[in-house]
Design a protein around this ligand. Sequence first.
Ligand code: PXL
Length: 282
Amino acid sequence: MSDTIKILTIQDLSCYGQCSITVALPIISAFGIETAVIPSAVLSTHTSGFSEYTVRDLTEDLPAIKKHWEKEGIYFDAIYTGYIGSIEQFEYIKEIIDSRLKPGGKVFVDPAMADHGEFYFGFDQEFADKMGEHCKLGDYILPNTTEACYILHRPWKEDFTHEEMLEIANELSTFTKKHVILKGDNHKENELGMIVLDKDQLDDVETVYNKKIDYVSHGTGDVFASSFVGSVLNGKSPSDASKIAGEFTKRSIEETIDDTEHSYGVKFEKVIPEIQNFLNLY
Ligand code: PXL
């Protein structure tokens, strides 16, 4: 009997730019988890800060990969979805979850589609509504405030109060099977909070804080989600996993912040040797 935990992550492969699969595969693997991938599209770079990138949509490959894995008897303990390239992919991804997730397996949904009050290029409210439905398959959903507001049809603002953050997290509990991790609680001057909620224990909502660094970079959401997934699959509670993911992301930013030429992503590679420390600390 194998003791290996296997996860499948479904998101795009941006060949250059430190996001999506090129972040998830190394980070989750470094947490000791066997990581399989389905690239939902191949892009020459991600879409934020680059122009004239190439895009090859792989929507039609999704059912073909599922069919092959059914023949091979390939199953996963967890499935983690990130950036999803097209509305058509949601149905195929649901079929993959229904068919390839082991009984009791966990689904992680990072509804990567927007940040800082705006959609990433190519997304709109119709996509956000489909993403909201997709979140309902998730045991863990990991939106930032912009994504949460699009899912909930709420106006977004830069600085929600802590009470408003709690209200948003509560509203999101109808968009998850169990856990909400709402990122971006900004109300403290030097700390960045995450609201961690279990819809079956709504009177026990936690807020986890990490040191705030004023730096905006692409790909930090993917770094956070990947280190969160790696921590949960190492047995950590959602609040400890949020703490570890917050530390991992903060350290990745610290490694990047002085390099003015490196705005397309963060240097998470430098932090991989610290994973065991994080797992021992929290
Ligand atoms: O990190 C989110 C992301 C993932 N993949 C692609 C993106 C983005 C954000 O812009 O463009 C292709």
